[in-house]
Ligand binder design. Sequence first.
Ligand SMILES: NC(=O)c1ccc[n+]([C@@H]2O[C@H](COP(=O)([O-])OP(=O)(O)OC[C@H]3O[C@@H](n4cnc5c(N)ncnc54)[C@H](OP(=O)(O)O)[C@@H]3O)[C@@H](O)[C@H]2O)c1
Length: 361
Amino acid sequence: MEEGKQGKHSSGKRDSFTAAVVGVRGYTGAEIVKILKNHPRLKRLKLFSTEVEDLIQESIPSFRKILDDKIEILSYDKVSDCDVVFLCLEQAQAHKIVASLIEKGVTPFIVDLSPDFRFKDIKKYKEIYKFDHAIPSLLSSVSYGISELWKEEIKNSAIVANPGCYSNAFLLAVSPLISVARDKIQDFIIDAKSGVTGAGRKALPHLTYGYLSENMKVYAWVEHRHVPEIEEKLKEKFGIEKNILFTAQLIPSKRGILETIWVRFSSDVSGMKNEIFDAYEKFSQQNFFFDFWGEEFPDLYSVVGTNFIRVGVRLHKNYAMIVSVIDNLIKGASGQAVQNMNVKFGFSETEGLENLPPHFL
Ligand SMILES: NC(=O)c1ccc[n+]([C@@H]2O[C@H](COP(=O)([O-])OP(=O)(O)OC[C@H]3O[C@@H](n4cnc5c(N)ncnc54)[C@H](OP(=O)(O)O)[C@@H]3O)[C@@H](O)[C@H]2O)c1
């Protein structure tokens, strides 16, 4: 595949769009359909699945009567020209679909929710995800997809690699801090907790109701695949290389990520409180979906159902503790993907996303 072909289709601004969602039975695929269905600029939506027969009836019955005549359901071999294609697949699938689209001369804007385009470093795909990349020559032109931090790159790229959910909750939460205290930061210790949908829709023993209800489990220690992603992006965006200690726990909730991030500094930062909090306030004002709570720590329910990331920060001697919460399926995946499309197509960044209702009890 020639690099030029994909690069050619990076024209941005438009008034409306047609979209394809590939892998629609999965959690992130279904969530994108929900969001796009109410996007005011949507003209037509094509849904692609390995299971076309009775897709709604059998696999996503909660969509009955919701999907209307703007929507078609097709098999993967019919993925064809649309303004934007959202790939919502298991790892090591999306890169093959993109390669075959380009072979066919079809070059839509692509937002890949899987890890297939996240690394610039080609070796990482084999090391971490155990596959050989089909189109390594394109990787340097792919933008990482956190709209608040990679906006100009997204506007100028034909492929956007949506971030891992833990990576997104971390990188956004520390970005204002890095802007004012980068030289003092020694390590980041990330204690992450995720609801069960973070693992996808597959039926695995540790994801059953019987096992997980009223239970918690540490499932990753130090070596989680989002750690090398975080390391690469800290270097790419902020030019820093830091020690990252990471642990992930499964909690008995359906959705949501809560990260408790400890930052260790080389000296006492309590005197920098105003400067640090001003940086967070400014970032919050510049970015609608970033909500700074000052010294109050946000909870999961404040974000579940929405595209918001909410962040609280406290300083103690040479430590900061940051709490970052997102809905893993929205800001951690499908909402972020639509936000990236909005940026690319020159729509308001919040279109189709600002009215998603939070869950609260
Ligand atoms: N879940 C999250 O919180 C999250 C957050 C950020 C990124 N991601 C990434 O996004 C990608 C998709 O994640 P996901 O959570 O949506 O995965 P998922 O729920 O496991 O779905 C993945 C794919 O499995 C296929 N599938 C096959 N049999 C299925 C069945 N019986 N029911 C449902 N789907 C079935 C679906 O495609 P067909 O419709 O074609 O069968 C779907 O695209 C992954 O690469 C993941 O790493 C996930």
